[in-house]
Design a protein around this ligand. Sequence first.
Ligand SMILES: Nc1nc2c(c(=O)[nH]1)N[C@H]1C(S)=C(S)[C@@H](COP(=O)(O)OP(=O)(O)OC[C@H]3O[C@@H](n4cnc5c(=O)[nH]c(N)nc54)[C@H](O)[C@@H]3O)O[C@H]1N2
Ligand SMILES: Nc1nc2c(c(=O)[nH]1)N[C@H]1C(S)=C(S)[C@@H](COP(=O)(O)OP(=O)(O)OC[C@H]3O[C@@H](n4cnc5c(=O)[nH]c(N)nc54)[C@H](O)[C@@H]3O)O[C@H]1N2
Ligand code: SF4
Ligand SMILES: [Mo]
Length: 722
Amino acid sequence: MSYVTTSTCRTCGAFCPIDVTIDGDHIEKVEGNPRAPLYEGFICPKGRALAADQNNPKRLMQSLKRMPDGYYEPISSEQLVEEITAKVKVLLDNYGPSTIAGYNGSGPLTEQQAGVTMMSSFLRAIGSDLHFGANTIDQPGINIADALHGRWDGGAIRPENLDLFLIVGGNPIISKQYFPQNPGQQLKRNIKNGMKLIVIDPRRTETAKRAQVHLQCIPGEDPTIVAGLIHLVIANGTLDRKFVDLNTQGVAELAEAVSKFTPEYVCQRAGIAEKDLREAARLIGESKRGHLGSGVGPSMATRGSLTSYLILCLQTLRGFWARAGEEAIQPKVLLPRRKFKAQPNAPTPAWGFGKKFRVRGLQATVAGLPCSALPEEILMPGEGQIRALFMHAGALVTWPQEELARKALESLELLVIHDVDFSPTASVASYVIATKKQLEIPVITQLMEVATYMHPGYGWSDPYAAYQPALVQPPAGSDLLESWQIYYRMAQKLGLQLHCSPLLGADPNRAVALDMTREPTTDEIYEAMCRDSAIPLAEIKKYPDGNVFDAARETIAARDADCSARLELANRDMLAELAVVRAESAADRRGINSEFPYQYVPRRLANMNNSTRLPDGVMKTRYNPAYMHSSDLAHLGISPGEVIEIRSRHGSIISIADVDDNMRPGVLSMCHGYGNGTGKDYDPRRDGANVNRLLNWDDDYDPYHGMPRMGALPIAVTRVAT
Ligand SMILES: Nc1nc2c(c(=O)[nH]1)N[C@H]1C(S)=C(S)[C@@H](COP(=O)(O)OP(=O)(O)OC[C@H]3O[C@@H](n4cnc5c(=O)[nH]c(N)nc54)[C@H](O)[C@@H]3O)O[C@H]1N2
Ligand SMILES: Nc1nc2c(c(=O)[nH]1)N[C@H]1C(S)=C(S)[C@@H](COP(=O)(O)OP(=O)(O)OC[C@H]3O[C@@H](n4cnc5c(=O)[nH]c(N)nc54)[C@H](O)[C@@H]3O)O[C@H]1N2
Ligand code: SF4
Ligand SMILES: [Mo]
């Protein structure tokens, strides 16, 4: 007899509430939950595919061990813990803790929330501070800019009150970033209520199609365009004088720095029409309650920190921040209460923390440890060489420079990968830990509250939270672990004490010491992670559809009488970088020439979340097409569906061309997370292509967080004779 129960989809950060039809331990169907608040029953194709995913015949049922001949043999979870612990012990004894690192990717982070805390606690317990993540190949500039500019303690304006939203290189309708709950409907409703939408993107995206103004720019020109907008807003006399005088410093220096970013210069350089730029500036200047954000586009195009910094400056110049007496967005529910105040938090240092890596002189920044140091720190002999890595990610298809990633991961003395199937990255591991899938694990929504500390585009503007239990048992005959279990069991065997706490926003001294004599349940770990939460977890558990908890609403308090903090509009490093932009030759910087006449840019696809793979036959296309404008395809003599070669100064891939007249001519758009095949068996129509082969860690990397050029990349495109 089948029945319907509720859960939360954790495939991406939107955390949509779902109705799950179950028969015994078989998931029959997954639909949106229309009774849940805020989401209006929304679900995307990936959410619906959870049923097929759960029943994927290719899923890992047992953990695997790499044998000396390179083949993998099943290993029991008991034996696996035994062997991995023994290897860790040898490494600790011989080389010390700084040779052991952990890495959490993004998909696994949302699905295995207890895993992150426990990996982190384990590393701390052995004395290693090497806990890496994907943030420094994502949007680290947002964190850098926040620190350099200072944060408005009242937070952003509530989305339903916005009269303007500007997005630079992001596509919320597909990615959900900035409008995580049913973005299409939210945007539609806001626009109907008078909100103006401005999109800066070389592609006429699903979001751009709804925009009043779409600046379909040349990739990589975001600092130029935002500087031009700042120039116009100041020149038009539309800055919020009162707000600026009370809360900021450096407006005169900023005005001077952008003065040469005249509309003529900006539009000529960025390939956009002057009337559109002026219209955008007029809308920004006229609006009272705006929000300006950015996605991965400008971050991947290099100078992401500068773009994010300029966006914050523009937002502040217009006073687009929530004021005293208003209801705050992103209040905490499963985290300790956070108070909001209508005043600035002064800037803080952004980079140069802790150990200096041997690679490119990189250090930790407010965006975390530099991912770009990791492959070479694994390969480089000597003091500090990383010899063991615990990884929960798809690195081989999500890190730039696949060849180097492969070489580094294969050279490790111990590489432990958590995985749900035998992914490309699993295929280089010493051990692959067969991991439970999301509907076999209880869920809390805490992680997306944590995410608000790192990125403004996640979480809920209302105090929403949900908990649902695990819905089904893993398949009969399987031997699976949740990702946290290995860390607890190793700690137990090594006689170490682990602690459990939320990742951010909590008092570290209040972390819960776990009972190391009896293994906790996931629910008990969640209890510990939610210690001191604004609403007790037990209360949240009473609402199987999730709920908005009015008791957790927060009103923004008035400014302290003695507040003297100011938001910084003229950070020296940022303005120096801006001066470099203005002084350089745009053509040289872009690197377009007769050998590489096109530009590659990143994008997300509706049917794929990073490198999380869906079972065969669920989606119409399995691969990641290379989208170009029809005029470019005609010029190259390529028809849609034909096999092409894409070549950059660093490498080449074989892909399948597709037509999209929403592209700016001269630009090729392609999604990451696919394809790691080579040789005769490789079929780009089955496997897709790994765009990370086109990239290189040394290419235009950021001097602080180390993220290299991952977009606005010069490429050549040719037809491959079949
Ligand atoms: N060229 C290029 N590269 C990029 C990007 C880009 O735009 N262009 N984007 C970057 C960004 S923003 C990010 S966040 C990273 C993301 O990349 P990663 O941080 O690597 O994260 P995912 O791709 O989500 O990780 C999915 C992998 O983890 C495995 N896995 C193991 N356990 C689980 C589990 O419990 N659940 C799930 N779903 N998977 C599991 C899956 O099988 C799959 O192999 O990629 C970055 N890389
Ligand atoms: N369906 C789906 N949703 C996802 C993900 C996924 O893989 N699939 N990944 C999740 C993750 S990890 C992240 S970080 C977020 C990212 O969220 P978004 O940033 O919204 O993601 P994208 O859809 O890649 O949007 C980037 C946009 O930048 C544009 N762009 C490219 N280069 C440039 C440039 O130089 N300048 C400008 N102005 N624009 C440019 C691209 O055309 C694209 O439309 O999405 C999350 N949500
Ligand atoms: S948007 Fe799709 S993948 Fe993301 S949580 Fe919602 S249903 Fe899941
Ligand atoms: Mo990301």
